[in-house]
Ligand binder design. Sequence first.
Ligand code: WT7
Length: 653
Amino acid sequence: MSDAAHAVHQVPSRLLDASKCPKPHIDSFETYKKLYEESIKDPQKFWGEKAKELLHWHKPFETVLYGGLEHGDVAWFREGELNASYNCVDRHAYVNPDKVAIIHEADEPGNSRSITYGELLHQVSRLANTLKSLGLKKGDTVAIYMPMVPEAAVAFLACARLGLIHSVVFAGFSSEALRSRIIDASSKLVITADEGRRGGKTIHTKKIVDVALEGCSTVEHVLVFRRTGSEVPFSAPRDLWWHEELEKHRPYCPPEIVNSEDPLFLLYTSGSTGKPKGVVHTTAGYLLGAAITFKYVFDYQENDIYGCMADIGWITGHTYIIYGPLLNGGTTVLFESTPVYPSPSRYWQVVAQHKITQLYTAPTAIRLLRRYGDDYVKGHDLSSLRVIGSVGEPINPEAWEWYYEVVGRKECSVVDTYWQTETGSIVLTPLPGATAMKPGSATFPFFGIETAVLDAESGKELEGNDVEGVLVIKKPWPSMARTVYANHHRYMDTYLNVYKGYYFTGDGVGRDHDGYYWIRGRVDDVIGVSGHRLSTAEIESALILHSSVAEAAVIGVHDDLTGQSVHAFCTLKPNQGETDVNELVLQVRKTIGSFAAPKKIYLVNDLPKTRSGKIMRRVLRKIVSGESDQLGDVSTLADPSIVPVLIDSVQKS
Ligand code: WT7
C-alpha cells in the first residue's frame, strides 16, 4: 500500500504540557484503546453511563438499547424523557447566565456580536411562545431556510423546545428544491430572513421562499427575520415579522418534555437515486452522539472558543455549530462569511480576534487557502489554536501537511473526522491528545462505534490489517438515523439491507498495516463537490427537465480544488436546432441550486449503454480523465462504435 510511505505525526508535545495547555480528556493512545475496547465489549454499559453523565433527563430511561440493525427497529433509552433545548440552553443558563453561547462573526468584518446563555434562553423562549401562538404542536414540521445568523440557532432550539421537528434547508438551494422539501415533510411554517449576506453578496432568501410556496398548501405562515432591512415582498396575514412577533411574547417558555425516540429533526441528503431522502434523527441518541463526540474529538475544555466554518444547513452545522457545543455549555462561533472575504486572511483574522481554540473546516477550503499562499496566514496570532479539524471528504496529504505546519505550526492536533448525515456524529477520528496522525487517514473509530471492512462482492468481513473493501458499522450507535421520513423501506434498502446485519456507509475504505482507516470515497453514485453531497441521478433528473434534453449522464471528475466536479453528457431530442449549454446549466441551478451546476456539459449524439439500456458511466469517467486507453471491457456496450466518437467530442471541447 502506497500509504505506508506517508509520515506519522505524534501528538504535539505542547498539547500534553500542562504549563501550556489544559490536560486533554484522553491523553494517551493506551487510554483511548482501553476505553474503546470497553465501549465495544459492553456498549450498553458504556452508552448508558455516558447518557446519564452528559444529558439531563426529566425522566430516566430503563432500557439502554432495544432492537437492532437486522430489523431496523433501533431505539435508544426508550422510557427516557428529556428536552433538547433544555439540555442545550437552560441547564447552562441557570449556572452561568453570562457565559457567551454564540459569537456571530458577520459577513462584514468588525460586526461581531455575542449572545449569552441567559439571552439565548430568552430568545428561544420568545420564539417558542410565538410558534405556540401560531398553533404549532409537538410532532409538526417546521422548515428553516436561514442565512448564518444566531437567529437560525434560536429557530432550531425553539422548535426543539416544543417538540416540533425542524427541517433545515441550506439557503443555497433553489426555490424548487426548497418546495419539494417543504412538501415532502408537510412543513407548516417556514422560518426565513429578508435576505442573507455572504462574501459581500446578497442572498434573496425571502423571494426564494415566496416562489417555493407558490402552489404549496401545507404552509400557513412565514416568519421573517430582518437581517439586511432591505425592502422585500411581504404578504400579510401569511407573512409575519420575527421582531414584531417575538416582542409580543414572554421570555420564558416551559420546555415540552419528549420521549427519547421522538424525532428532533429531518435533514435531506442525496443518495444514489434522484429524490433526496429526509433523514430522521431522534432526540436522546442524537444529542448524546453530538455531546460526547464534541467533548472528546475537539477535546473541549471549559474556557474554549470553538469555531466551525460549516453552514447550519448541513449536518456539520447541526451537530458541530449548534448541538455539540451548546450541549457542552461551550462558546460557538457562527461564521457568516467565506474563507476569502474580504481577503484570504479572513479565517486567521477571526481566529486571532476571538482567540479560537478549535477550528473545524473542510478540505476544499484548506486547499483554496493553501493555493493563495502562506503570506495570508503569517502575521496572524494563531497561538490560541489547539485542535484543527477537517471534514466532508478525504483530505489529500499535501493539504493536510499545509494545515498542520502553516496553520497549526506543528503545535496542534489535526482531526480528520469521518462521518455522514446519517451517522449524526463523528465515527472515525483521531483524538487530539492520544492518536498519532497519518495525513489523509481518519485513523480509528470513536468510542462505541464498531467498524468493519467488508469485501464488496461477497459481503464477507475482512479480518486483520492491510485490507481494502467497504466500510460498515456492526452495531447500532445512539446517533444513527432511525429512518427516512415517510419511507422506511428506502432506509432499509439503502443502509441496512445491503449487507444484512450491518449499517452500510456507501464508502470504500482501506485498513492499513497499523490498523488506520483510509476512506477511499463513495462506491455509489454520490459525488462530493466542495464538501457538498450531490447525487448524479438528481442532477440528471434536473437536466432532462429541460425541454430539449433527451438523456443525461452525470459523472464526478477529480478536481484539485473542489475534490470532484460535475461533468454532464446530454443527448438532445431530435430537431432541437441550436441548444445553448448555458441554458442547461441554468436548469440545474433552478432545480437544485448553484452549487450543483455542472462545470462542463458535453452535447453528444449517443451515450454508452449496455444492451439492457444501462448507461455505463464508468466509460465516460475514463474518457474524461484521459484514460481512454484503459476503458476495460467495452464489449458489453450495445454499440461500441460510439466510444471513439465520444473521445473525440470530449477532446474537442
Ligand atoms: C460523506 C457524507 C458529515 C460530514 C459532512 C458530510 C464523505 C465525510 C469525510 C472524511 C473522507 C469523508 C464520505 C461520506 N466524508 N467526511 N473525513 N474523509 N470522506 O456529510 O453530506 O452526509 O456526506 O462525506 O464520503 O459518506 P454528508
